[in-house]
Design a protein around this ligand. Structure first.
Ligand code: TPP
Ligand code: SF4
Ligand code: MG
Length: 299
């Protein structure tokens, strides 16, 4: 394994691989794809299933990738990555990355089986889930990564029901439970950390999984200028954490000195504005329980 000098926002390549796309202003997912491709470089084949990033990136005749990129079926990101990797290897090509960019729905719901199979075979691929916490491309429906309390078009908020009643599925730990060589959580609010995880993934053989929080102004009800700030705030509140799983062990990468205000994080997003004090208490209690677990089990 080569270990390169960690890439930072100052040293990242000036080359662009994802531009001229049709994403909404302030789209966190498009920033995640753009940055990851800058880290991975031109010898990268990107696979994108149905979802916002393929919808905004492949508008014939305007292909918005300057590296090779292909749309997969919604469920098939990881399977197509397996094929791309095997095909290039069979031709004797070794200097490349096969990377997937799938949304939360495409990862935690419909694409989970293909991802699980790829990890089981330990295919040499990088799978990046850009998590905007709902099926955004089809009009903001709940996925299994939508957090508790969030209003979506399929989890409405009114007098009797306050948005999503289910907790967010923990994809990072599900993937780790496969015994994957490398998995990490990230946020576009901590961009150096994200870039370095992508870089590290490209230097490890076998299956790598990175789960990056990528806010969506349209679905979250925030201003287009707030994307990065809110992606940072979700980590600072402790509602998301930055961690890695490697060699069978969990490691926490960032420990907030004290948690930032959960109320502030929630009330600035229209998807949470209906929440009652009791709902917010449930969210805080579940965060505290999660951190008890992290403190006990993560290095
Ligand atoms: C088999 C199949 N079912 C449903 C769809 C419709 N569809 C296209 S994009 C999408 C939403 C994707 O959500 P997510 O994976 O979270 O990505 P996002 O749009 O949020 O970026 C859906 C349901 C489809 N293309 N294929
Ligand atoms: S709806 Fe959200 S995820 Fe989709 S392009 Fe717009 S900002 Fe990005
Ligand atoms: Mg989504």
């Amino acid at each position: 394994m080569t270990v390169s000098k960690p890439v930072t926002a100052k040293t990242i390549s000036k080359d662009e691989f994802f531009y001229g796309h049709k994403a909404c202003a302030g789209c966190g997912g498009s920033l995640a794809v753009r940055i990851a491709l800058k880290v991975l470089g031109k010898n990268t084949v990107a696979v994108l299933p149905a979802g916002c990033m393929s919808a905004v990136g492949f508008n014939f005749p305007q292909l918005c990738f300057s590296n090779n990129a292909i749309i997969s079926t919604f469920a098939g990101t990881a399977s197509m990555l397996t094929g791309v990797e095997a095909g290039l290897r069979a031709q004797g090509i070794t200097d490349f990355n096969a990377v997937g960019f799938a949304g939360d729905g495409g990862t935690a719901d419909i694409g989970l089986q293909a991802l699980s199979g790829a990890i089981d075979r330990n295919d040499d691929i990088i799978y990046i889930c850009y998590d905007n916490e709902a099926y955004m491309n089809t009009g903001i429906q709940k996925s299994s990564l939508t957090p508790f309390g969030a209003r979506t078009t399929t989890t409405p908020a009114g007098q009797n029901i306050h948005g999503n009643i289910r907790p967010k599925k923990n994809m990072f730990e599900i993937v780790a439970a496969h015994g994957i060589p490398y998995a990490a959580t990230a946020s576009i609010g901590y961009i150096n950390d994200f870039m370095q995880k992508v870089q590290k993934a490209s230097e490890i053989r076998g299956t790598k999984y990175i789960h990056v929080i990528a806010p969506c102004p349209t679905g979250w009800g925030i201003d287009t200028s707030e994307t990065v700030e809110i992606a940072k705030e979700v980590v600072d509140t402790g509602l998301w954490y930055l961690a890695e799983y490697e060699n069978g062990e969990f490691k926490l990468n960032h420990r907030p000195k004290e948690f930032a205000s959960v109320e502030h994080y929630l009330t600035r997003q229209s998807r949470f504005r209906h929440l009652t004090d009791e709902d917010i208490e449930i969210i805080k209690t579940s965060r505290d329980k999660k951190w008890e677990y992290i403190n006990k089990n993560f290095g």
